[in-house]
Design a protein around this ligand. Structure first.
Ligand code: GLP
Length: 242
């Protein structure tokens, strides 16, 4: 694992953008980006949008696959991850909507939807996967206890995750209890992995991910088994690393 500790959130975002730019430049934009939601990658998405708006980079040939989606939130709901990505990135860059993929949290048959997404992932190998990390060490919505060989599936969110994510909703009751999440095995199939973390509430999870035992109790520790992971954190999130 390559670990980079930046002074602050902006530095982390700019450094993360360099990694994305590298992949975009090497492939002429003809690549697959695995994208994540949450507040952590917002600064990275701003950098991507700024360069695209300035005509310095184009996503016309780029495809994206997202990690997860809540179950039961209409796609237009402000907190759906599809809507989040549209508002924070896709509407600001020149990507084609049909090239952006999500699991459908409103599918009638959720098990069939998970299979469909896994087939899509097989056919769409990611050049780089952006990840945030939950304060309990989750990646995507793979909560502690998730087997490392898991594929896309419906997950029950842990109480701590519901609490963490309630800041985006009017109340804790409104946070969906279930989500469809890419599995850890799917995540590990990406050629490169870029993990971002910011803030002191992530420091322990970052330590466990990078320096802790490889254990299902910390889903992010599975990343130690991947050969090309770059972890970029701000000083607060990196505080437990030394
Ligand atoms: C959410 C998402 C994850 C994200 C994590 C951290 O539950 N499913 O993909 O990495 O929580 O979110 P944040 O960046 O807002 O701290």
């Amino acid at each position: 694992m390559k670990i980079i500790v930046c002074e602050n959130y902006d530095g982390m975002s700019r450094r993360a953008y360099e990694e994305i730019k590298k992949v975009m430049t090497e492939t002429g934009g003809e690549c697959v980006l695995g994208l994540a939601t949450g507040s952590t990658p917002l600064g990275l998405y701003k950098c991507m949008a700024a360069d695209c708006e300035a005509g310095k980079i184009s996503y016309e040939k780029t495809r994206t696959v997202n990690l997860d989606e809540y179950v039961g939130l209409p796609a237009a709901n402000e907190q759906s991850y599809r809507r989040f990505m549209r508002d924070n990135l896709f509407d600001k860059i020149d990507i084609l909507e049909e090239n952006t993929r999500f699991p459908d949290g409103n599918a009638e048959d959720l098990a069939a939807e998970c299979e469909r997404y896994d087939e899509l992932l097989e056919k769409t190998p990611r050049d780089i996967q952006v990840l945030g990390i939950g304060s309990n060490g989750h990646i995507a919505f793979n909560e502690p206890g998730t087997p490392f060989d898991g594929r896309t599936r419906v997950v029950e969110l842990k109480e701590s995750t519901i609490k963490d994510n309630s800041r985006f909703f009017a109340s804790e009751e409104e946070v969906p209890r279930r989500a469809i999440s890419m599995g850890i095995r799917d995540i590990l199939q990406s050629k490169k992995i870029l993990v971002l973390a910011s803030g002191g509430n992530k420091a322990e999870a970052v330590r466990a991910m990078c320096r802790g035992e490889i254990t299902e109790r910390c889903p992010a520790s599975a990343l130690q088994r991947h050969g090309d992971v770059t972890v970029i954190v701000d000083a607060e999130a990196g505080a437990e690393l030394c």
